[in-house]
Ligand binder design. Structure first.
Ligand SMILES: NC(=O)c1ccc[n+]([C@@H]2O[C@H](COP(=O)([O-])OP(=O)(O)OC[C@H]3O[C@@H](n4cnc5c(N)ncnc54)[C@H](OP(=O)(O)O)[C@@H]3O)[C@@H](O)[C@H]2O)c1
Length: 320
């Protein structure tokens, strides 16, 4: 691998885990490297880049609303013109929903940001990854098929193309919007199918690209963090005992290291709790589709299981 300067990008970098990942990259990467902080809050981006002006890498701000259908492609093309490609991309942005939001009212934008936004980033940036590149989608510990009724697994498992993934997500979204999802087997917590859809997108693309990516040491992966202490989770639970985004971002998975990163990723992946994984995790040597669980405290506590979230939601407001 060469020592040429590297170009990294984080979506949703204005707060929470995205900001922590940005700060981590700015610190770990070195002189000559560039890290793009992206988001939809121009003032916030300006403040963040100014605050990181003394970092190892240069930090630049770029407006990137992932709900904009054209912006991922525009930005990826612009970075390719500027730098001839990209080395590290963290697809992290998420639309926040709270317990008082009506899933039927928010699901369109939710799927647009979290799911179609993700597949647009995958389509735009994966072909522009340089040798040794990493494209990491931040999903969730809730993003595995074990949280979905078995009758629904086929909707997300073994899909051939990103278009198939988008179609499955759109079908779920439509069912949430018209309320039929909640009369059937879908979980009430929209986060679960959405995160499973993100993992499915990663697995699908990684599988398609595997033969070309392996010799180039290109890795496309989903990371599945457990509960973190951010305003998103604070809206739902007492997360005072959960790790901060900074701690979660200091994961033992060294995505940005030049050497042996894939080997270490595999070791990290092998440390995951197999009981809690399902076909969202493929065994070695399918490195491009490994789903990595961030370390230690990543098991969802008893009182926060999807089943209980489901019941809580149903108790609060009948959705049928
Ligand atoms: N928090 C947890 O416990 C937890 C657990 C598991 C997984 N995760 C995952 O970790 C990731 C980060 O979560 P978080 O808790 O750090 O979230 P957060 O604090 O709510 O931050 C979300 C970020 O996404 C940005 N964003 C929202 N809509 C956007 C859009 N349309 N275009 C571009 N950026 C947009 C927000 O920007 P604005 O500042 O403009 O709103 C913000 O910077 C997400 O993928 C989440 O699902 C979180």
């Amino acid at each position: 691998m060469t020592n040429r300067p590297r170009v990294a990008l984080v979506t949703g970098a204005t707060q929470g885990l995205g900001l922590a990942l940005l700060e981590g990259l700015a610190e770990r990467l070195g002189a000559g490297d560039i890290v793009y902080a992206t988001g939809r809050d121009r003032d916030g981006l300006a403040r963040i880049t100014a605050g990181l002006a003394d970092s190892g890498a240069e930090v630049r701000g770029e407006f990137f609303d992932v709900a904009d259908p054209d912006r991922a492609e525009e930005l990826a093309a612009a970075l390719t013109r500027r730098h001839r490609g990209v080395d590290i991309v963290f697809n992290n942005a998420v639309m926040r929903v709270g317990p008082d939001d009506d899933p039927r009212a928010v699901v369109d934008h939710y799927a647009e940001v979290n799911n179609f936004g993700t597949t647009r980033v995958l389509r735009a940036f994966a072909p522009r990854l340089r040798d040794g590149g990493r494209l990491v989608v931040v999903t969730s510990a809730l993003g595995t098929l074990s949280y979905l009724a078995p009758v629904l697994h086929g909707r997300f498992d073994g899909l051939a193309t990103l278009d198939d993934v988008d179609r499955s997500v759109a079908a779920w979204r439509d069912a949430v919007r018209d309320g039929s999802a909640f009369a059937g087997p879908w979980p009430a917590f929209v986060n679960i199918p959405s995160k499973i859809g993100q993992v499915a997108a990663v697995r699908t693309l990684a599988r398609q690209r595997r033969a070309d990516d392996l010799p180039r040491d290109v890795l496309i992966a989903a990371v599945c963090p457990g509960m973190m202490n951010t305003p998103t989770s604070q809206a739902w639970w007492d997360v005072s005992d959960a790790p901060t985004p900074e701690r979660a971002a200091r994961s033992r998975c060294p995505f940005v290291r030049r050497d042996g990163a894939v080997r270490r990723l595999l070791r990290c992946g092998a440390g995951q709790d197999r009981q809690r994984t399902d076909s969202a995790v493929l065994p070695k040597p399918h490195v491009q589709v490994v789903t990595i669980w961030m370390p230690s405290e990543q098991v969802v506590p008893e009182d926060r299981t999807p089943g209980q979230i489901h019941e809580k939601l149903r108790g609060r407001e009948p959705l049928t």
